[in-house]
Design a protein around this ligand. Sequence first.
Ligand code: NAD
Ligand code: MG
Length: 385
Amino acid sequence: MKRIAILGATGSIGKSTLDLVEASPDDYRVTALTAATDVDGLAAAARRTRAGLAVIADERRLDDLRSALAGTSTRVAAGRAALSEAAVADADWVMAAIVGCAGLEPVMAAVDAGLSVALANKEALVTAGTLMTRAAERSDATILPVDSEHNAIFQCLAGQNQDAVARLVLTSSGGPFRTWTAERMAGASPEQAVAHPNWSMGAKISVDSATMMNKGLELIEAHHLFAMPSAQIDILVHPQSVIHSLVEFTDGSMLAQLGSPDMRIPIAHTLAWPQRMQTRAQRLDLAAVAQLSFESPDPVRFPALRLARAALEGGGAAPIVLNAANEIAVAAFLDRRLPFGRIAALVEDALDRSTATAPTSIGDVLEIDRTTRRAADALLPAMAA
Ligand code: NAD
Ligand code: MG
C-alpha cells in the first residue's frame, strides 16, 4: 500500500489524482490533502478518503475546516508551514499540484525528505530548478514528471542510454488562439483564453497555453528534468494533442508517447511507477483521429516562447523573474486589469528591469519572486493603459 499526499487536492490535477486513488482504495492510503481556500471541496475529499491530515492554506478558514471535519479522525491545520508538513507527514509519494511558486516550499520539503514526488507544479521547478535537482540527488528523492509532455519523454527515455539522446521534442496543441491573428488575440477575453480545445485545466495554465508561456515554462522544466541544453529542446505544434512528446536519438530513431488527452494517464504512470495500473481513461482510437498534423510555432504571435528561451539561456534569476511576472500578468488578465496582448510585454519589461542575481538558496528564490511580484504590480497600470 502506497501512502500518498496530494498538495492542491481541490484543483484539476488534484481531482484527477483523487479519481485514480479512490478507484483503487486497497492500493493507496491518503496521508494528507491540501487546498488554498476551498474548505468544502477539501473536507469532502478528506471524508471520502479518510485522509490523515487536511490543510487549508488560508489561515482564516481553519475554523470552517475544523467544523466541516468534526467527528472524523482527520487532523486539520492551516498556513504555509502546515502545507510543508502535509507534504512529508507519513507519505512516501506526493502529488505536487499547487499552482505557481506558492508550491515551491512544500515541494522542496518532499524532495528534501527523499520522497517520490509526482511533479505537476512546473513553476516550482522553473524557479528553483538547479537547487531542486541537486537536493533530489542529495536526498535520493525521485522526481516523476506529471506534465504530459515530460511524462511522455520520461517514458521514451526508460531503459535508454542518456548519451544517445540527440534532441527532445515538446509538442504543443498551439492553444485556443493557434489560428487567430495578432489583432484578434490582443483583445481576447478571459473566457476565450481558458476555452482550451483539447484539455480541461485550471485557469492559470489555460491562459499560459493561450500565450504559449506554458510551452516556455515546459522548455525550462525539460531542461532541468532531463539535463538537456536549450539547443537540444525543440517545440512542435501538434493540434490534435495525441503525441505528447518525442525523443530523437543519435542514430536518427525517434520515440513518441501517445494517448488520449486525459491527465489521468500521466498521473497514473507516476502513481504506479515503476509498475502500471488500470485507468478508466478513454482509449485512443487512431482510426477515428485519422490525421495527425504538425507545424512550427509562430514566434511573432507568441513572444512568450522567445522570452522563456532567453530566460533559460540567460540563467541566474531570469527564470524566477519570468515566472513571477507571468503569474502577476495572468492574474491581472483574468481580473480584466490587463489586456491579453500585454501579458508577454509585462513579462519582458520585468525581465529588462530586473537586477536580481542568481539564487543560492530557496530563500533567495522566494525573495526574488516577491521582489518581482511587487515590481510587476507597479508596472501594471502603465501596461494596461
Ligand atoms: P488548479 O487551479 O485547478 O488547482 C490548483 C490547486 O492549488 C488547488 O487545489 C488550489 O487550492 C491550490 N492552490 C492555489 N494557490 C495556492 C496557494 N497560494 N497556496 C496553496 N495552495 C494553492 O490548477 P491545475 O490545473 O490543477 O494545475 C496545478 C499545477 O499543475 C500547475 O502548476 C499546472 O501548471 C500543472 N499542470 C496542470 C495540468 C492540467 O491539466 N490541469 C497539466 C500539466 C501541468
Ligand atoms: Mg504540459
